[in-house]
Design a protein around this ligand. Sequence first.
Ligand code: ZN
Length: 344
Amino acid sequence: MKAVLLTEHGPAEVLRVAADHPVPEPGPGEVRVRVRAASLNYLDIWVRNGWPGIKLTYPHIPGADAAGTVDAVGAGVTEWRAGDRVVVNPTISCGHCAFCRAGQDNRCVHFALLGEHTSGTHAEYITVPARNLLGLPEHVSFEEAAAASLVFVTAWHSLITRGNLRPGETVLIVGAGGGVNTACLQIARLTGCTVIVVGSSDEKLAAARALGADVVVRRDVEGGWSRAVYQITAKRGADVVVDNVGAATFADSLRAAARGGRILTVGNTSGAQLEIDNRYIFGKHLSILGSTMGPHADYVTVMQLLFKGRLRAVIGAQYPLDEIHAAHRALEAGEHFGKIVLAL
Ligand code: ZN
């Protein structure tokens, strides 16, 4: 089968598209999926570049998101049949630990993510636990489902489950074009919140406006964007700040938060070492709430909203699997508004 293979860390060029990689066999409780669409997440860049302590089994197949059709089922799988249209929840959990049994499977002590800890989705065939699949209605394309999967569950869990978002609150989203941020924007609007988006270009801010942002602010606005947010909110600040940029923005996010505000983070595309002025934390009664992915219940909830048309997958560009290098470079350049999708 065709598959993207990583055999060493480095720039996009280290990725290789193999034509003859062995098709995986589904084990007990597993399903083999013929992938029709996958998407890229910033995680794929992190994994490709590597970090101290990362453990991959080479050749490694990257990729967390996929949608396609069931190709074969392993022993004991009765709920899926060949040909079923499915989308894959990328979080792998043990199903047995105390967290899993409490429905917090994204806190599983054996937590794994497709494409990071296990073989990923940038291949024609993948095997995943049967419980990771969700039936995909005919009217939702494989591309939309693959584009939504990881970022939707991540955004929903962060804003709704962890952030306890309430109607009428003001949400500040730092960064316009990323997949999690476009999901957060829509979820915040759906909840009845006022949404402010900070972005790097007029094009991205116009796209954020079209997606429902109430107010947009240029990142390079004179006087600084946190000051601009403070003025826009009549010196109150934002009730909730979504900051998945990290090192480059966190200090300003603390400044832009209202008294009693919550700062939500699920990642840090600009770096992990944050500058924190503790006076903001205690002086303004701030909470910093982190999370990664979401439990399966949140996955089902948010994907149903996609299926019902209440949320939509924002696709910035689409590439064939053979053009994986261009796809990685496009994600790194950050020029697109929305997700980068691979068609298989
Ligand atoms: Zn577990």
